[in-house]
Design a protein around this ligand. Structure first.
Ligand code: G6Q
Length: 549
């Protein structure tokens, strides 16, 4: 029996938790049609604004009483103290005994953030200055490849937090990128990823940024070794490595052991979690693309949201409300997933980025003290695709399926690529989807359209499907920073309510250990004894070995 068996999470016994649960039951019969009909001010009352983001929550299934009850729950869960503890550099990642200070990465020079009595802000700015100097040299054509050619291609090698942030940010900010440089991102240990990424690149003009906090990650090291071999096969001189490889890591010893000079290493710290690291040196590829000034704007956008999160009243606090809504929808209304639907092609990778941020953070089943949670659901599944593509694919289920899928719609007033009517068409679709989801189409309305009686139920839209819409003026580096920080802090809020640690990821370990055990069983020449595997796994390994021969 596990030590925690028999213990129950204390969250669900809080009176404030029960009050929210009672409220959910008591209001479950209300529809968005009713709610809008009974309150003409609803659209204004449930819209919030900060850091350039206008957030309309009025199409969520909430009444006037919902946010106050959720805010009281947040207070009862100690959210204020948790926020203060994070910003104060306390070791709130208790299972790894680490501070959690991505907020220090975007702190202005004038701020002080102490970890064990030491101010970390000067170190942050020192690395930023080194990154800026390096980026200026590469972008300005001063940093040359081994044969004297200018660098034309940057390949970021990294995985998880060392990939998803960089690739999302590059995609999002491509409009601001130096178009004379080609950017590629290699993450998968599948050799196809590397092979396709470098197929059309010239090794003499290619710079690899090996991004790995630990510098021990199997996939990243395998790709970095292949990159090394690819470079040496063409340039035929070990000295070329120094011109074509830089590292981003916390592990100087492993970087040196790999053969990259630590002068060409950009560091960060153990208090930066992988999925919270896109604004650390892990953002080197982003800075190479958009330049140091724009990167500073990105950090300023993050920081603006940090200040808002830390200081705004919970009742008006964007990340607090966003986080609480996710808890409301998933834990109290039973939604198993949340769709994130950007109506902007530049945000194509934003849902993938959010998958890690949300689910690796809060996909947990034990509380901070190790108690198994068996009386409420924690993190929902986050997923999505850019609109309007999703409309011609899975939106059918969101409109008429049997499950309720709350949606976050994201859009901009202005396009970075104004082209005829395109942007109006795009945003008309965005607004229309949220409207259709909320209000649906009744059977009578379908009949009034003249539908055959046999088709009425097929053509009826039940409505009452919740969504939030985030609208901003235009996608800039600053705006992106604020948007990402909104979700980072919303995830923090969720973790506080569910009483889980959003900053560890023990659930990724077991598979890694088993894979390392299987590698020699696939590669060895002697027939391995597979008795320690289950029959299914042993049979797959045998079949693979046989086929490989
Ligand atoms: C993120 C995780 C994980 C991590 C990768 C890469 O929060 O910790 O996704 O970023 O496993 O790790 P390295 O940067 O150490 O290679």
């Amino acid at each position: 029996m596990s030590p925690s068996a028999g213990r129950r999470s204390s969250r669900s016994s809080l009176p404030e938790w029960q009050a929210v649960a009672d409220h959910a039951r008591a209001t479950s019969h209300l529809t968005l049609r009713d709610l809008f009909a009974s309150d003409p001010t609803r659209a204004q009352r449930l819209a919030f604004e900060a850091c350039g983001l206008f957030v309309d929550h009025s199409k969520q299934r909430v009444t006037e009483g919902t946010f106050p009850l959720l805010v009281r729950l947040a207070e009862a869960c100690g959210l204020r103290d948790r926020i203060d503890a994070m910003f104060a550099g306390h070791r709130i990642n208790t299972t790894e005994n680490r501070a959690v200070l991505h907020v220090a990465l975007r702190a202005p020079r004038s701020e002080h953030v102490l970890v064990d009595g030491e101010d970390v802000v000067p170190g942050v700015h020192e690395v930023l200055a080194r990154m800026a100097a390096f980026c200026d040299r590469v972008r300005g054509g001063e940093w040359l490849g081994h044969t004297g050619k200018r660098i034309r291609a940057i390949v970021n090698i990294g995985i998880g937090g060392s990939d998803l942030g960089p690739v999302m940010a590059f995609t999002a900010l491509r409009h601001y990128a130096d178009r004379g440089l080609t950017f590629r991102f290699v993450s998968n240990v599948d050799g196809t990823d590397f092979a396709e990424a470098v197929r059309d690149l010239d090794p003499a003009e290619t710079l690899f940024v090996v991004s790995s906090k630990t510098f021990t990650t199997q996939e990243t090291l395998a790709n970095a070794r292949s990159a090394r071999a690819w470079t040496l096969a063409a340039l035929r001189d070990e000295a070329a490595i120094a011109r074509h490889f830089v590292a981003v890591s916390t592990n100087a010893a492993e970087v040196a052991a790999f053969g990259i000079d630590t002068d060409a290493m950009f560091g960060f710290w153990d208090w930066v979690g992988g999925r919270y690291s896109m604004d650390s040196a892990i953002g080197l590829s982003t800075m190479l693309a958009i330049g140091p000034e724009r990167f500073r704007e990105l950090l300023d956008g993050f920081h603006a949201m940090d200040v808002h999160f830390r200081t705004a009243d919970f009742a008006q606090n964007l990340p607090v409300l966003h986080g609480l809504l996710a808890v409301w929808n998933s834990t109290f209304l039973g939604a198993a997933t949340i769709a994130v639907l950007p109506y902007d092609q530049y945000l194509a990778r934003f849902p993938a980025y959010l998958q890690q941020l949300t689910m690796e953070s809060n996909g947990k089943r034990v509380t901070l003290d190790g108690t198994v949670i068996d009386d409420y659901e924690t993190c929902p599944i986050y997923w999505g695709e850019p609109g309007t593509n999703g409309q011609h694919s899975f939106y059918q289920l969101i409109h008429q399926g049997t499950r309720i899928i709350p949606c976050d719609f994201l859009g901009f007033v202005r396009s970075l690529n104004p082209l005829g009517r395109h942007h109006d068409l795009l945003m008309a679709n965005c607004f229309a989807q949220a409207e259709a989801l909320a209000f649906g189409k009744t059977a009578d309305e379908v009949r009034a359209d003249g539908a055959a009686e046999s088709l009425v139920s097929h053509k009826t839209f039940p409505g009452n499907r919740p969504s939030s819409t985030i609208l901003a003026e235009v996608l800039t580096p600053r705006l992106l920073g604020s948007l990402v920080a909104l979700y980072e802090h919303a995830v923090f809020v969720q973790g506080a309510i569910w009483d889980v640690n959003p900053f560890d990821q023990w659930g990724v370990e077991l598979g890694k250990v088993l894979a390392n055990r299987i590698v020699p069983e696939l590669e060895g020449t002697d027939e391995p004894s597979l008795g320690h595997h289950d029959p299914s796994t042993a049979s797959l390994i045998r079949r693979y070995r046989h086929g490989r021969r």
